[in-house]
Design a protein around this ligand. Structure first.
Ligand code: HEM
Length: 567
């Protein structure tokens, strides 16, 4: 190959151009004097022009990074290079994303460096985006810290592909509507323990709820009953979750996905790397021994029919390695335990803040159930107001206000706009639940909105859901929460129990004697919106009910005995 190079020699008065002609073996310098003057000037001009054009092209290209491509949905003004990064909310992102939805519409875009994020904020657009175009909008964005912790194995964050499909198939086998009927004995036994725990130690209400949801999940999945709220498994699980949420929250780690060079910063200057390693090793220390218990039970023919035992015996069917099996367990526990607890805690906060709603619900429950028995799951169908309360708590405090981000696997057209391959797509559940087109006075906690006979709802709104049979707080499309039936049964059972069994009252200030109202907005920040521990004066409604709770708890003992005990 022959290379031609122009260079310049600084003389005392002139810049003299030089021309070098070079092949693999030789370089020949054409002396300036041997080149006619008009050629040397032309060459210089050519060089300068080429360099100028190149520089302009580069600057223009760089300048365009961060700017919104023409056919994208609209969005806030961008800055060169960073796009909307400078205005992307670091805390309570769902609030700002919802404000922008009121300005830019039900589908809008944000530029994060050269990447694109799409925000969908109406149920109608969510149906189009996640259901109609589900084949191309069901991926998850590649997020470096998640990759460090899960290595692509955890189901809620796994990319759309064979691994996810196999995980989803297995989760469906555990969590479909019919399968959930066989989980009811465990849920009932645990719910009776929850009432009993509250009777014994009402001051630990918040922790008892966490124990309940963790124990249902650990019993079903790993066959282990968590009998105390402060047992090591429950404590380790929630502690691990908090550390993980701390890393995941905006600002919890540097923007390594936008500036990939940051991935190479040594760990001594990047504490987030150490934290990711810590989360991963804590997960292994917690879950691998639990899986080993399942293996031991199978070997010694002491199965307690936990889901992990079943999966261990069907690993070939699901195409799982041992590591994938344990990560299915981790996925279901992490996605299932905390979320249900958060819902029940929010339910109590709303009952404290809205005594009129609570009294009306308790009157209904007294009419349907009375004092001689505790509620059954089937009673929920005779209690429309309590169903309405459940829908309203889901609407007002969706546990994951922006769901888990989806991602596009192909260029798409959605809502008339261009959605490029690789875009992250946020389902703004918070914004959808406050859509003024669908909900009158959207910020008001008002369960009556779901009782059509009393207040009527706006046309077409007979439920809050993207699908007609579930609230939108469970997400949508192919990644819709597979735990919805299990969660629904836990929620219905415990909401009825708590209203039936207990007076749920505001605590009193010991000095002034005044009631202390809860702050409905006092929550943690991040992927999940969790109420911070709150005070509640919770006492049994009658001695007849106390007797029933005690009897029921004793009757649950044989169910607990099926499981290994962790206390
Ligand atoms: C109140 C309770 C719950 C709420 C509000 C909730 C909400 C959600 C949401 C919003 C998503 C993301 C959906 C999407 O990407 O579109 C999700 C995913 C998921 N949930 Fe739930 N969830 C709850 C309970 C449960 C339970 C009890 C389990 C299982 C034991 C569970 C297992 C999962 C799993 C495995 C995923 C990932 C699905 C996938 O990526 O394909 N969830 N959940």
């Amino acid at each position: 190959m022959i290379h031609i190079r122009f260079s310049a020699e600084l003389g005392s008065k002139l810049i003299r151009p030089r021309l070098c002609i070079k092949d693999a073996d030789h370089e020949v310098m054409v002396h300036p004097r041997s080149v006619p003057p008009h050629i040397t000037v032309m060459s210089l001009l050519l060089t300068v022009s080429v360099l100028a054009i190149l520089s302009l092209w580069m600057v223009k290209r760089l300048w365009r990074i961060g700017s919104r491509e023409q056919a994208l949905p609209p969005g806030p003004p961008t800055l060169p290079l960073i796009g909307n990064l400078h205005v992307f909310p670091q805390t309570r992102a769902h609030l700002r994303l919802t404000e922008w939805a009121r300005t830019y519409g039900e589908i809008y875009s944000l530029k994060i460096g050269s990447g694109t994020a799409i925000v969908v904020s109406s149920a109608k657009m969510a149906r189009e985006c996640f259901e109609l175009h589900g084949a191309t909008t069901s991926d998850r964005p590649a997020i470096h810290v998640i990759e460090l912790v899960y290595k692509g194995l955890e189901m809620p964050w796994s990319r759309y592909g064979t691994h996810w499909r196999n995980m989803r198939r297995a989760a469906h086998d555990l969590l479909n509507k019919e399968a959930c009927l066989s989980h009811l004995p465990i849920q009932r036994a645990e719910a009776s323990q929850l009432m009993h725990d509250i009777l014994q130690q009402p001051q630990h209400l918040y922790a008892h709820i966490r124990r309940y949801t963790a124990s249902v999940a650990f019993s079903l999945i790993f066959g282990i009953h968590c009998s105390m709220y402060d047992n090591p498994i429950v404590e380790e699980f929630y502690e691990g979750q908090r550390t993980w949420e701390h890393i995941l929250r905006p600002g919890g780690h540097p923007p390594v996905d936008i500036f990939p060079l940051l991935k190479h910063v040594p760990e001594r200057w990047a504490s987030w790397k150490g934290l990711c390693r810590e989360v991963r090793s804590r997960q292994h220390q917690l879950y691998f021994p639990l899986l080993q218990n399942c293996i031991d039970r199978i070997k010694s023919d002491r199965r307690n029919h936990s889901f992990m035992e079943y999966v261990l015996e069907h690993e070939d069917h699901y195409e799982f390695t041992r590591e994938m099996t344990v990560y299915l367990g981790i996925s279901l526990i992490e996605a299932g335990a905390d979320t249900t607890a958060i819902f029940l805690q929010f339910f109590l906060v709303f009952m404290l803040a809205h005594p009129d709603v609570k009294f009306r619900a308790q009157k209904d429950i007294d009419d349907v159930i009375g004092d001689n028995r505790s509620p059954n799951l089937e009673d929920i169908d005779d209690l429309p107001y309590i169903k309405a309360i459940i829908n309203e708590v889901h609407r007002c405090r969706p546990v994951a206000p922006t769901a888990i981000p989806h991602a596009a696997t192909k260029d798409e057209r959605i809502g008339g706009f261009f959605i490029p391959k690789g875009s992250a797509i946020f389902m703004n559940i918070w914004g959808m639940s406050r859509d003024p087109e669908l909900f009158d006075d959207p910020n008001r906690f008002w369960p009556e909105r779901y009782l059509k006979s009393e207040h009527g709802t706006k046309p077409g709104v007979d439920t809050t859901g993207l699908r007609s049979d579930m609230p939108m707080s469970f997400g949508g499309g192919r990644r819709i929460c597979p735990g919805v039936h299990l969660a629904y049964n836990s929620i219905a059972m415990n909401v009825m129990n708590l209203l039936w069994a207990f007076n749920i009252e505001l605590p009193k200030d010991p000095v002034t004697g005044n009631s202390i109202p809860p702050d409905e907005d006092d929550t943690t920040d991040g992927l999940f919106l969790t109420p911070k521990p709150f005070k509640c004066d919770i006492t049994p409604r009658s001695t007849a009910k106390v007797d029933i709770i005690k009897k029921q708890f004793n009757a649950a003992e044989p169910t607990f005995e099926l499981f290994d005990k962790s206390s």
